[in-house]
Design a protein around this ligand. Structure first.
Ligand code: ATP
Length: 244
């Protein structure tokens, strides 16, 4: 049977820089995958290839057994690490514009702004927003249209503890209604309660992947995700000289 998402032998070169090398990864519908790795490991590049924003050098990406189409991508929600919006326009104007651009119902904008706690700022210009508020606006836009796949690049950056809690709850709700989540992060303690699966990229190569239970059984029963991550990175460094 086909996986929901299947990445095979994915390689991406930027000139002579090997951002991704021979990455194989399967994601099933309803999984919450935490994509971990140090700076420059290739996490954003992998998301870029997946979403068609970055041209892959070689390899294949299949969605429900088929090559990706723009129609399939319209069912995805993406929150970039750096959210690009129109600074002079208001929160509500930006949200409406980008949701319409994605072909999603703008009627949902107010509800999603409320959900991420930005309703009170709906008439503020985007240039006046804090980093955390920008992150939330990006999320509100991505949530419109009930995406079946949500891809979040470093969603926990810049959030205070209360907002982090809100974001975790929202992501849980999205997963409970059936959405598959791909989350890249350095904040392992934040993703650990949500993640069903983990993939660890080190210098563009997949160093480990599996369910959290599988990784624990192999690399450290009872340990936190962060402890397991560091152990795998250290082992890789010792055997192959990969630095994490
Ligand atoms: P971070 O945790 O810092 O966000 P990351 O894991 O997302 O890092 P990527 O941004 O995917 O890593 O970068 C992987 C590699 O590809 C790095 O060596 C980076 O310098 C390189 N790279 C990324 N984008 C480009 C680009 N547009 N042109 C050239 N090299 C790039």
């Amino acid at each position: 049977m086909n996986s929901y998402l299947e990445i095979s032998r994915l390689t991406k070169l930027y000139g002579t820089t090997r951002a991704l090398e021979d990455v194989n990864l399967r994601v099933e519908r309803g999984n919450v995958l935490a994509l971990l790795g140090p700076n420059g490991a290739g996490k954003s590049t992998l998301f870029g290839c997946l979403l068609g924003l970055t041209r892959r050098t070689s390899g294949n990406i299949l969605f429900q057994g088929q090559p990706f189409t723009d129609a399939a991508r319209a069912r995805f929600g993406y929150v970039a690490e750096r959210v690009s919006l129109y600074p002079q326009r208001t929160v509500a104007e930006n949200a409406t514009f980008f949701v319409r651009l994605k072909g999603q119902p703008v009627a949902e904008v107010e509800q999603q702004l409320e959900r991420v706690g930005l309703q009170h700022a709906r008439n503020r210009q985007v240039r006046q927003l804090s980093k955390g508020m920008l992150q939330r606006l990006g999320l509100a836009i991505a949530l419109c249209g009930r995406p079946e796949l949500l891809v979040l690049d470093e969603p926990f950056n810049g959030l205070d503890p209360a907002l982090l809690d809100t974001l975790q709850s929202i992501l849980c709700e999205e997963n409970e209604r059936g959405a598959t989540l791909l989350i890249s992060t350095h904040t392992m303690s934040a993703v650990e309660p949500l993640a069903t699966h983990v993939a660890i990229l080190l210098q563009g190569r997949l160093a480990a992947s599996g369910t959290i239970q599988e990784l624990r059984a192999k690399h450290g029963e009872g340990d936190s995700l962060e402890a397991i991550y560091h152990r795998i990175a250290r082992q890789q460094h010792e055997t192959e000289g990969v630095f994490a």
